[in-house]
Design a protein around this ligand. Structure first.
Ligand code: UD1
Ligand code: CA
Length: 462
C-alpha cells in the first residue's frame, strides 16, 4: 500500500510565515510525526503533497519521500490528493491518505485500519471501498461530522462543519483525517465531486457521498484514544498536542523503569533514550539524541542535549550538557556548563559554575568551582582549582592546553595556550603560565607580597 500525506495548506490560523507542518512539537516538525507514524504503520512508499513553503518542506525531509506540488494550496483536500494522482493512479490497491496536521495518530492505528480491511474481507466477504478513522469527541467543533446508517458502521456522508445543518452539527463522531480508499473508486470519485458552496474548496470528504451513491461501502474505524484525531489548526492546538505527546513519552519510559518526579514539568524529545533506574527530577529538559544509561540521575532544571551519560552519572541542578559524553560515576554541577565535544571521564567532578568546551577529562579529574576549560586535555587524577582559566583564544585562533596526569593547577591560575603541563606538575595559585611546565616541576609566577606595618590603619581610620 502507498500513502499520501496532505501538507500543502497555509495554516492561516497559525499566523505564521513558516509552513504550518514545520512548526515543532518536542523539537521535531509536526509533519515528522505523521511521516513516522505512516512508516511505522508499515507503509514505505510515501508521497507528500506540498504547496505553501514547498521548498522548505522538501529541504527538511529530504529525498526519502516523493513530493507533489499542489498548484493552488487553497484548492481543498481533494485537490491536494489529485495533485499526487501520478503517484498512485495505476495501482489496483488501496491508498492511505492522512492529513499532515494530525500528529497524534499512532502507527498502531494505521496498522489496525489495514487489518480491519482484511478482516472484513475475510470474514464478511465484503470488499470495502474505504475506511475512515473516526472518534467521538465531547466538543466536535471544527471537524467534519460522520453521518452513518443507523445501527451500523457504514458511513453515508462526511459533512464539513461549514456546510452542516444544525442537526448534523450535533453529531459528535468526527472525521480523524485518516482514510484508506480503494484506488479505482477513489479516482472515479475525485473527478466527479464538486467544490463546496460554502468555501469553493474541493473536499476529499465528499468522495464518501459519491461512493455510497454508487453502492460502494465505507466504514468507520474508531480510534482507541480520542486524542489521536486531534487536528492542529492553531498554535494553541500545537501546545496541546505537544503536551499529550510529551506525557505519552514520559509514560512510555516510566513503564520501562524510569522514575519521573513531577512529570508534568519534564520535557523529553522523541529521540531520547533512557535505561532503567534513571531518575529525572522536575523541570528537566532531555533533548535531541540524548542517551542516559542505568542509574543516571538528572536533577532539577538541568538541560541535556545530544549527549551520552554513562552508568550512575549524577547531574546536579541547573546544569547544561550539550553534544558531550559523561562517563560512568562522574558528577556534573550544580550550575555547570558542559559544551560541545567534551568528554568527562569516569568519576570526574565538574562543579559549580565550571564551563568546559571541546575538552577531554580523564578519570577522577576535579574541577569543582568557577573555572573555564576550553580546547584542553586533562589527565587522570588532576585537580583544577577554583577560578582556573585556559586562555585558549589569542584574538585570532584557538589553541590547545595539555595537562598531564595528577597535576595540581592552583586556584586562579591562567594557562595561556598553547601550553603543556607534564604529569605531577604543580602550578601555584594565581600564576599566569606562559611556558610549558615539565613533569614534576613547580611553576610559580607571583609578584612579591609586601607587608607594610600600620598602613592599613592609616588608610582606614580618618
Ligand atoms: C479536515 C477534514 C475534516 C476533518 C479534519 C480532521 C476536509 C475537507 N475536512 O478538515 O473532515 O475532521 O481535517 O483534522 O478534508 N491541505 C492541503 N491542501 C489544501 C487544503 C488542505 O494540502 O488545499 C492539507 C493541510 O495542509 C492539512 C490537511 O490537508 O494538513 C487538512 O486540511 P485542513 O484545512 O486543516 O482541514 P480541516 O478543516 O482541518
Ligand atoms: Ca486541520
Amino acid at each position: 500500500m502507498k500513502a499520501v500525506v496532505l501538507a500543502a495548506g497555509k495554516g492561516t490560523r497559525f499566523k505564521s510565515d513558516k509552513p504550518k507542518v514545520l512548526h515543532e512539537i518536542l523539537g521535531k516538525p509536526m509533519l515528522w510525526y505523521v511521516l513516522n507514524t505512516v512508516r511505522q504503520g508499515g507503509i514505505e512508499d510515501i508521497a507528500v503533497v506540498v504547496g505553501h513553503g514547498a521548498e522548505e518542506v522538501k529541504k527538511t525531509f529530504g529525498d526519502e519521500f516523493a513530493y507533489f506540488v499542489q498548484e493552488n494550496p487553497k484548492g481543498g483536500t481533494a485537490d491536494a490528493v489529485l495533485a499526487s494522482v501520478d503517484f498512485w493512479r495505476n495501482a489496483e490497491d488501496y491508498l492511505l491518505i492522512i492529513n499532515g496536521d494530525s500528529p497524534l495518530v499512532t502507527s498502531d492505528t494505521i496498522k489496525n485500519m489495514q487489518r480491519f480491511l482484511t478482516l472484513v474481507e475475510e470474514y464478511e466477504k465484503v470488499e470495502l471501498a474505504g475506511v475512515v478513522l473516526t472518534s467521538v469527541l465531547q466538543d466536535p467543533t471544527g471537524y467534519g461530522r460522520i453521518v452513518k446508517e443507523e445501527g451500523t458502521d457504514r458511513i453515508l456522508r462526511i459533512v464539513e462543519e461549514k456546510d452542516a445543518t444544525p442537526q448534523e452539527r450535533n453529531i459528535r463522531e468526527v472525521n480523524g483525517g485518516v482514510y484508506i480508499f480503494y484506488i479505482p473508486y477513489l479516482l472515479e470519485a475525485l473527478f466527479k465531486i464538486k467544490p463546496s458552496e460554502a468555501t469553493g474548496e474541493l473536499y476529499l470528504t465528499d468522495v464518501v457521498d459519491y461512493m455510497v451513491s454508487k453502492g460502494y461501502e465505507i466504514r468507520s474505524f474508531m480510534a482507541s484514544d480520542p486524542t489521536e484525531v486531534l487536528g492542529v489548526n492553531t498554535r494553541w492546538e500545537l501546545s496541546f498536542a505537544e503536551n499529550i505527546l510529551r506525557l505519552k513519552l514520559i509514560k512510555y519510559w516510566a513503564q520501562r523503569g524510569v522514575t519521573f518526579h513531577i512529570p508534568e514539568t519534564v520535557w523529553i524529545e522523541p529521540d531520547v533514550s533512557l535505561s532503567k533506574n534513571v531518575e529525572v527530577y522536575p523541570n528537566v529538559f532531555l533533548k535531541g539524541r540524548t542517551r542516559l544509561s542505568e542509574g543516571v540521575v538528572v536533577k532539577t532544571g538541568a538541560v541535556v542535549r545530544d549527549s551520552e551519560l554513562s552508568e550512575n552519572v549524577v547531574v546536579e541542578p541547573y546544569s547544561v550538557i550539550e553534544k558531550s559524553k559523561v562517563e560512568r560515576g562522574a558528577k556534573v554541577g550544580p550550575y555547570a556548563h558542559i559544551r560541545e565535544r567534551t568528554r568527562v571521564g569516569e568519576k570526574s567532578e565538574v562543579g559549580n559554575f565550571v564551563e568546559v568546551k571541546r575538552s577531554t577529562f580523564g578519570k577522577r579529574v576535579k574541577a569543582k568551582h568557577l573555572a573555564y576549560i576550553g580546547d584542553a586535555e586533562v589527565g587522570d587524577g588532576t585537580n583544577v582549582g577554583a577560578g582556573v582559566v585556559t586562555a585558549n583564544y589569542d584574538g585570532r585562533k584557538k589553541h590547545r592546553t595539555e595537562i598531564g596526569k595528577n597535576v595540581f593547577v592552583g586556584s586562579n591560575s591562567l594557562l595561556v595556550a598553547p601550553i603543556k603541563l607534564g604529569d605531577f606538575a604543580y602550578v601555584a595559585g594565581g600564576s599566569v603560565v606562559t611556558k610549558d611546565v615539565p613533569e614534576e616541576a613547580l611553576a610559580v609566577e607571583r609578584a612579591e607580597l609586601r607587608i607594610l606595618k600600620g598602613r592599613g590603619k592609616k588608610l582606614l581610620k580618618p
